[in-house]
Design a protein around this ligand. Structure first.
Ligand code: HEM
Length: 227
């Protein structure tokens, strides 16, 4: 058994903001927190995400939503991943917005396992969510010229304009001048929506990010470390 000193909490610097900010192409390793600690971290996440999305594009959607659901409740701290325990029988995971529709927990486990095998105790679960959501956004929006249901693009806004949307709330976007203009711009100006989506995701991934000694690197994303 390792000495207690070896098992003390590691510093957590969740650098999701920086990592997401650099976009799809640039290597975040130039400015990334894991450059020295785990240089292969991002490649590992991307590899698992590419495989997962090629098997089922819904895995990409799952990670984008996972980031939203984690960050909007007490910040981006991977709390949404925690399983119930006798001390915390109803964690976020079991709340109505998450259970049973939030998916992708096994994918996070697979990424965490791969990262722990390469660099034990280094990459935080919050950063895993952020990396995987970024990779999903990039993979799903990469250079498609045919409209498919699995692409991340501005097609939704074109559908609103052509009145081919499902919900009353979708159609209602055209009922106020302010939102109608947003719909028109998003639908018609190439790159307009994509730019805003990217900025919004970056902003979201920075909500109450923990720094310094505020958190811990979990061994398993489903449970906090007790030691
Ligand atoms: C308060 C605002 C929001 C509400 C009320 C909402 C609600 C929902 C609902 C009801 C679903 C369907 C869940 C099911 O399968 O039964 C869903 C799916 C989804 N939402 Fe949201 N959502 C919101 C904001 C967002 C945001 C900001 C994002 C992106 C950052 C997002 C991304 C997604 C994605 C990607 C899915 C599909 C997930 C999958 O296929 O596994 N949502 N949302």
């Amino acid at each position: 058994m390792a000495a207690a000193g070896d098992e003390k909490l590691y510093l957590l610097v969740a650098c999701s903001l920086l990592l997401l900010a650099v976009g799809c192409q640039a290597s975040p390793l130039q400015i990334g927190f894991y450059h020295d600690r785990c240089p292969q971290a991002e490649a590992i996440v991307k590899g698992v995400m590419m495989d997962a999305i090629s098997q089922n594009p819904g895995n990409g959607a799952a990670m984008i939503r996972m980031l939203f659901h984690d960050c909007f409740v007490e910040g981006c701290d991977a709390s949404v991943l925690l399983d119930p325990t006798p001390f915390s029988p109803t964690p976020e995971k079991l709340s109505a917005p998450n259970n049973p529709s939030l998916r992708g927990f096994e994918l996070i486990d697979a990424i965490k396992d791969a990262l722990e095998a390469a660099c034990p105790g280094v990459v935080s679960c919050a950063d895993i969510i952020a990396f995987s959501a970024r990779d999903a956004s990039c993979i799903l929006s990469a250079g498609k010229d045919v409209v498919t249901p699995n692409d991340l693009d501005r097609q939704y806004y074109k559908n609103v304009l052509s009145h081919t949307v499902l919900f009353t709330s979708d159609a209602a976007l055209l009922t106020s001048e302010e939102t109608a203009k947003m719909v028109v711009d998003n639908a018609n100006i190439p790159g307009w929506w994509e730019d805003r989506f990217e900025k919004a995701m970056v902003k979201m991934a920075g909500i109450e990010v923990k720094t310094g000694d505020e958190g811990q690197i979990r061994k398993n994303c489903r449970a906090i470390n007790y030691y």
